[in-house]
Design a protein around this ligand. Structure first.
Ligand SMILES: [Zn+2]
Length: 47
């Protein structure tokens, strides 16, 4: 489980995109997580 760097609350899966969706080169995936307590979000890039 991932915790928010700003407030320490649990972060939950929000959305997922391919690089193609974002107009980026390659075949990677971007996973977006959001904090359940504050407005923080995090993108994880995997390729
Ligand atoms: Zn937070």
């Amino acid at each position: 489980m991932i915790n928010c760097l700003l407030c320490g609350a649990e972060m939950i899966w929000c959305d997922e995109y391919t690089f193609e969706n974002l107009g980026m080169e390659g075949t990677g995936v971007v996973t977006n997580l959001k904090c359940t307590e504050c407005s923080a979000s995090a993108d994880f890039y995997s390729n």
